[in-house]
Design a protein around this ligand. Sequence first.
Ligand code: HEC
Length: 316
Amino acid sequence: MAFREYKIGARMFGLALGGSMMITLYMPSLDIVKVGSTEYGLRKSMSFGRIGGFSLEDPFLKGWSKPKTVLLKKDPLSGADMEPTYAYVYEPGVRFNSAIPHPRILGEGVEELSVNEGRIGEANEREGAVFLVKEGRFNGKKYPYLVNATATMNWSPESVISSVSDDQVAQIGSGKIMFVREGCWWCHTLLPEQTQDWQAFGAPPRLGDFNGETPTAFGSDRKAPDLLHVGSRNSSREWMMMHFFNPRLVQPHSIMPRFDYLWGEKDAAGNKIDYDKWRQEYTEYVSGARVYPPEVPDYAADSDIRKLIDFVISLK
Ligand code: HEC
């Protein structure tokens, strides 16, 4: 008898859980797929790649299996000049953004154009593919859509990457993973503010504003400027390098931690970075024993910091 009641209870529980999951997850997703992706949304998600956060492809948040955002100025096959165009290059094995296997999430118009004109259904993860964003017409209305340039123009990931110099390649997808992994969000928001947020909210707090306060809770005060459009107000890599190596080099009162370790072991020339020496010289500079701060090393092309700066500057 008791067992039968247990069974009824378990089923009722299952039904309640399933029902609430339907309401909170499935039903809103039906609304979301009705909304067509904007051009901005397509470009952003194609730069980021499949998934952010923990995943089987990148369990240690190293930024593995991410696409490259390439600024093309010449046709990769013929070498002829072309309008500057962003290409989203998924090298062989890199997981596709979910829109490619599930075009339904692109929304009305965008889906049909991407599948029929853009031939995204022919893209193959094992061989890799190059995607572009174009504008087209569906039922008389304009929509942005995705193009699989590997199918439509025979551009392979290899041909695109080898036709450009490294400064035309941005590793925005991997950089976003660095942003998540390093906890930048602990202090920084990425809110759709229309204004310069320093003007709207005043200057961010300084060292010493938190003395004796524990714990500092999320949202109890503003800890850092909003970064949604930071690439529009500051796109200087040199400034970013100094600021990430040690924020106090450019903002003497900054509470932001240093992220010098994202440079890794070696600099751009392959020389070992001597962090102890750097910090020693910096301490001398702060104490007044040195006139200039030590120079920030150039980062290696495959360093974490390069990817993070690629991401930060892409936030236009
Ligand atoms: C402890 C809080 C804190 C953390 C963590 C932090 N920041 Fe900051 N950040 C600040 C503050 C405060 C400022 C403003 C003063 C300054 O420029 O250093 C700032 C400034 C910046 C700026 C310049 C913003 C502008 O408006 O010009 C960028 C870019 C930035 N941070 C990126 C990052 C990234 C990327 C990370 C993660 C790797 C990070 N920050 C982690 C506190 C933080």
